[in-house]
Write a protein that binds this ligand. Structure first.
Ligand code: GDP
Ligand code: MG
Length: 242
């Protein structure tokens, strides 16, 4: 059983070497079932997709790739997070995929928690939620309202009760996306993926995760109003088309 960790990267020099190191270091052990509780250790594949960085991120990726243990892919031009993760999906060969942002907001030690419901055949897709009681750094009120609103729209349109549509920690069986067209180039990947998973009748499992949000001074790039409108439109659009 193999886990593919897909890391989209755009100008992440301050955190990139450290997140690669953390992902490499983590041991993915998962206890499955009640009878035999010996943990299963998953093999791990790391796919780093540079999205046309101009700050030296490419050199960090090249250095890591030279040491071995990662698959490095480079976009010639910046295209956006959605394009980067989709490139990653094409190159990944694992049974289960997880998306890992290149900042240090999410903790790779939590992969096991994300994977367990999949290995126990409860679902094909698990979201790590920042709103289910895990330890979280308390971030911006405006972002929280935006996220809650977009999550509420998701729940109304697709009849479900998730708590964190925009989470980066989306973990799923590789076969889930085999016949799923994904078009997003930017951050509208999150609503597109969520809409299409739900439209196909899958139930998303949520598990609590920790969240160590970064500040704008530390490189946070999200522009909430523009992205919020795009996300809302994406949720509505994919209710009606594929
Ligand atoms: N902002 C941004 N992030 C990108 C892009 N392409 C890939 N990414 C990566 O997508 C992930 C999420 O973006 P990030 O800026 O951390 O979002 P934020 O933490 O909400 O500000 C990070 O790993 C980025 O490096 C892009 O064009 N723009
Ligand atoms: Mg981030």
């Amino acid at each position: 059983m193999k886990l593919s960790v897909i890391i989209p990267v755009y100008n992440e020099v301050p955190t990139l070497a450290e997140i690669i190191r953390r992902v490499q270091a983590v041991k993915v052990n998962v206890s499955v079932g009640f009878a035999n509780q010996t943990p299963i250790t998953l093999e791990k594949e790391i796919v780093v997709v540079d999205d046309g960085s101009t700050d030296g991120s490419q050199e960090i990726i090249e250095a890591a790739a030279a040491e071995g243990g990662i698959i490095a892919v480079y976009h010639e031009h910046n295209q956006g997070k959605g394009a980067a993760v989709r490139t990653g999906f094409q190159r990944a060969s694992g049974d289960i995929f997880v998306i890992q942002d290149a900042d240090l907001e999410y903790d790779p030690r939590e992969y096991g928690i994300l994977i367990q419901p999949i290995l126990e055949n409860k679902t094909k897709v698990v979201y790590g939620s920042r709103f289910r009681g895990g330890p979280t750094k308390t971030m911006f009120f405006t972002h929280m309202i935006g996220n809650k609103f977009l999550t509420l729209v998701t729940n109304i349109l697709y009849d479900t009760i998730i708590s964190d549509m925009e989470t980066c920690y989306k973990c799923f069986s590789a076969d889930l996306i085999k016949d799923m067209p994904l078009h997003a180039r930017g951050f509208e990947f999150e609503p597109e993926f969520t809409a299409k998973v739900l439209k196909r009748g899958h139930r998303i499992y949520e598990v609590p995760i920790s969240y160590n949000g970064r500040e704008f001074t530390e490189g946070k790039k999200l522009r909430p109003i523009k992205e919020g409108i795009k996300a809302l439109w994406t949720l509505i659009k994919y209710k009606f088309i594929d």
